[in-house]
Design a protein around this ligand. Structure first.
Ligand code: ADP
Ligand code: MG
Length: 240
């Protein structure tokens, strides 16, 4: 089976000469729940931006299912739903319209986009807020609105950039439950986070990125075993 996402030797030098990615390679299997974990400034959003063609790459290759982003971006775009780290809403944009309009971006006819918007706003507990201007919603609600927007065309790959940063713990848990459910239903999910706890609660595989380089690429289970061993070694040294 081809991977949902394959990145090969991706590099990015920004216009000011800063080298944000230094040869990133990773592969995410279909059906996986994958975390890209790393501190602020590691290169997570740059990587996500390149996958969605919001940021240009310097070198490298990105393949989403059977579509190379350089050779067939329209096909790659359809496979992906993206929840960006930061977003702005226009003054009067209503929650429902934001989701429906996104459907149009994917070439959906209005009736289908409206049907899907209702489905996902209900699933995310936002149906009561459908006529409210999005910018007046709480941080957690805005984030859930962006998840509904990302799902309106029912993508095979959902990518979330720090989805629970600044979201309170209760809301974080209900968002986790929602993501687990759609992953169990078959959607491949990639999220970036700087919380190991979040990766542990949700993901099967993990890539650790630091200074634009993947420093670890493993399963969550193997990573936790390794950390336990390191703590154990550390404890034994302390006892000496
Ligand atoms: P992360 O999402 O992991 O916090 P980013 O991908 O946003 O990291 O940023 C990686 C590095 O690239 C950071 O040092 C950041 O300051 C730098 N960077 C991001 N965008 C730009 C830009 N437009 N121009 C120059 N440097 C940038
Ligand atoms: Mg970021």
């Amino acid at each position: 089976m081809i991977p949902a996402l394959r990145i090969e030797n991706l590099s990015k030098v920004y216009d000011n000469g800063f080298e944000a990615l230094k040869g990133v390679s990773l592969s995410v299997e279909q059906g996986d729940f994958y975390a890209l974990l790393g501190p602020n400034g590691a290169g997570k959003s740059t990587t996500i931006g390149i996958i969605c063609s919001l940021v240009s790459k310097t070198t490298g290759k990105v393949q989403v299912f059977d579509a190379d982003i350089d050779e067939n971006f329209p096909a790659a775009k359809k496979y992906i739903g993206i929840v960006p780290q930061e977003f702005n809403f226009n003054v009067f944009e209503k929650a429902f319209d934001i989701v429906v309009n996104q459907g149009g971006y994917y070439g959906m006819q209005a009736p289908l986009a409206r049907e899907r918007a209702e489905k996902y706003l209900r699933a995310l507990g936002l149906w009561d807020k459908r006529d409210v201007p999005a910018r007046t919603l709480s941080g957690g609600m805005k984030r859930r609105l962006m998840i509904a927007r990302a799902l309106v065309h029912e993508p095979k790959l959902l990518i979330l950039d720090e989805p629970t940063a600044g979201v309170d713990i209760e809301m974080r848990r209900s968002m986790w439950d929602f993501l687990k459910k759609i992953n169990a239903e078959g959607t491949t999910i990639i999220l970036t986070t700087h919380y190991l706890e979040e990766a542990e609660a949700l993901c099967r595989h993990i890539g650790i990125i630091n200074n634009g380089e993947i420093v670890e690429n493993t399963s969550i289970k193997a990573l936790l075993r390794q950390l336990q061993r390191e703590v154990f070694i550390f404890d034994s040294v302390e006892e000496l």
